[in-house]
Design a protein around this ligand. Structure first.
Ligand SMILES: [Fe+2]
Length: 296
């Protein structure tokens, strides 16, 4: 029996959602951060299940960085981000409440992280350090399933379109818009998935303004359809790793704002661009500014 087969036997994989997500037990990550066979197995599990729940890990901040680096180059947070850790610039510490400050982190919308980057994070993960007394679950949705749910003509239309993503959350109104396809082909699975978020995505530049609004409303509804989602409650020490391309997530803000909550978050790039499923079908850009001028 080879080493990888032994490792596969040591992990217990329990599916958790209707269409995706699995709980992984039988491994203490902190003891095996240098175990190449384990990470080959975890990467394969992530491709198959999209979201992995690893309860009770209690990793240090340094171990979180090592863990994330096993999946790709660490994504360095903007120096102006108040959540950026002083020692580990890829690690964000989301701690609430902060007396006298609005610490709402706007995670209560369906989104993927950093889609306003030219190369968004491929993999993201967090660990709960402290949890509120109740509430504070996280939900994920399966964007392969969302795409599959579309009718053939809408799939064909969506394959020809891009979305404009922009971030103004830290007060930078000069943030550069970035375009990504509305339908992408995942670099590891080869499967098509929707890439439509409620955060950051502003419009579809190939369409007229009203068309863009109506189509995005519909695609956003499909992307968060309850049948394609999984919901997870957290305990201190729980780690979640997810594919940040073919899933969206939503942080439920239903907990007492006076309860202390601490979450460490980190993400990794694999330097593969978000690729259109059929790049040759992306329609030439419609002149959006000309449409806007006519509407005024
Ligand atoms: Fe997020």
């Amino acid at each position: 029996m080879n080493i990888e087969a032994k490792i596969a036997q040591s992990l217990t994989v329990t599916p958790r959602g209707g269409t995706f997500a699995a709980e992984i037990t039988g491994v203490t990550l902190a003891d095996r951060l240098n175990d190449d066979g384990l990470f080959a197995e975890l990467r394969a599990l992530l491709t198959d299940h999209l979201v992995l729940f690893l309860p009770g890990q209690h990793l240090s901040a340094e171990a979180m960085c090592t863990l994330a680096s096993r999946f790709g180059e660490l994504n360095i947070l903007d120096p102006s981000d108040p959540r950026r850790d002083a020692q580990f610039p890829s690690l964000g510490r989301f701690i609430t409440p902060v007396p006298g400050k609005n610490t709402h982190n706007y995670s209560d919308m369906w989104h993927a992280d950093f889609t306003y980057q030219r190369v968004p994070e491929a993999i993201a993960m967090f660990q709960l350090v402290e949890t509120p007394r109740r509430g504070g679950d996280t939900l994920w949705s399966n964007q392969y399933a969302a795409f599959e749910a579309l009718s053939h003509p809408i799939k064909e239309l969506a394959r020809t379109l891009t979305g404009v993503h922009v971030f103004k959350g830290l007060g930078d109104t000069s943030a550069k818009p970035i375009e990504h396809p509305i339908v992408c082909r995942h670099p590891h699975s080869g499967r098509e998935h929707l890439y439509v978020t409620s955060g950051y995505l502003t419009h579809i530049p190939q369409l007229r303004r009203k068309e863009s609004m109506v189509l995005l409303d519909y695609l956003r509804e499909i992307s968060a359809q309850p049948e394609f989602t999984v919901r997870r409650s957290h305990r201190p020490g729980d780690v979640v790793i997810w594919d940040n391309r073919c899933t969206l997530h939503y942080g439920a803000h239903d907990y007492d704002p006076h309860d202390r909550r601490e979450l460490w978050r980190i993400g990794a790039l694999d330097n593969l661009p978000i690729a259109a499923a059929f790049p040759e079908r992306i329609a030439p850009h419609f002149d959006f500014s000309a449409v806007t001028a006519r509407l005024v």
